[in-house]
Design a protein around this ligand. Structure first.
Ligand SMILES: *Cc1c(COP(=O)(O)O)cnc(C)c1O
Length: 223
């Protein structure tokens, strides 16, 4: 239970594409300005392959070991994004294995990324609602973190990311997304903005997200 039958995926994929296109249109944005990451954590390599066969190439994982098991058996032209908590002791390996890291949230992880084999594209995770239990840089500390990134040769700072507070309705996410956009405009004009998940991606697109991260809407509820 929980996982949807294989046949459903094509329909869900088409529906998602339609909703993204319509949110872009409403916001007066080009469809190409929004990238979506299929967050496949906890889902099988078969489910990923099915989406791959529908034409999708960008997937998100939140644990190094799980991702390594999947990359071993899946096509090499998949672009893997890291969306999980970035622990310092794994940061270097993660930097070497993923196309982009969405969750840089500490200077100690940055120090480890500095040892990567190639320049790693990263986003700084912002704890926009200042939730005590959540990781992410506080808005007032962002400037310091950006300066540290810019000093780091092996890190290519691309933009900001947030996981908004859980909310009952997508509208509750809007003010946080608006604040994220302001932070981006202020600190990294033209940079990426990774925000919006299954429950609130339409609102995120309206508020300027360049990358949305979609899991359960495509693959079904995680067990
Ligand atoms: C799991 C996860 C997602 C996907 O969440 P859904 O609600 O299933 O779409 C997006 N971003 C991050 C950081 C995640 O951990």
């Amino acid at each position: 239970m929980g996982h949807h039958a294989p046949m459903d995926l094509a329909a869900r994929y088409a529906e998602l594409e339609e909703r993204i296109a319509s949110a872009c249109q409403q916001a007066g944005r080009k469809r190409e300005s929004v990238h979506w990451i299929a967050v496949s954590k906890t889902f099988s390599a078969e489910a990923i392959l099915e989406l791959y066969q529908l034409g999708h190439r960008v997937f998100g994982e939140s644990r190094l070991q799980e991702a390594q098991q999947k990359t071993k058996i899946l096509p090499a032209d998949i672009e893997w994004h890291f969306v999980g908590g970035l622990q310092s002791n794994k940061a270097r390996k993660i930097g070497n294995s993923f196309a982009m890291i969405h969750t840089l949230a500490s200077e100690s992880a940055l120090t480890e990324l500095a040892k990567c084999e190639h320049k790693v594209p990263v986003l700084i995770e912002v704890n926009i609602a200042k939730e005590p239990q959540k990781s992410g840089i506080l808005p007032e500390a962002l400037d310091t973190m950006i300066k540290a990134c810019l000093k780091c040769q092996q890190v290519q700072l691309k933009g900001l990311m947030t996981i908004g507070p859980n909310s009952e309705t997508p509208e509750e996410s809007r003010p946080w997304f608006q604040q994220m956009r302001m932070l981006r405009d202020q600190h990294l004009p033209g940079g990426f903005l990774s925000m919006g998940m299954s429950a609130d991606f339409d609102v995120a697109i309206q508020e300027g997200a360049t990358h949305i991260r979609i899991g359960s809407l495509l693959f079904g509820e995680r067990l």
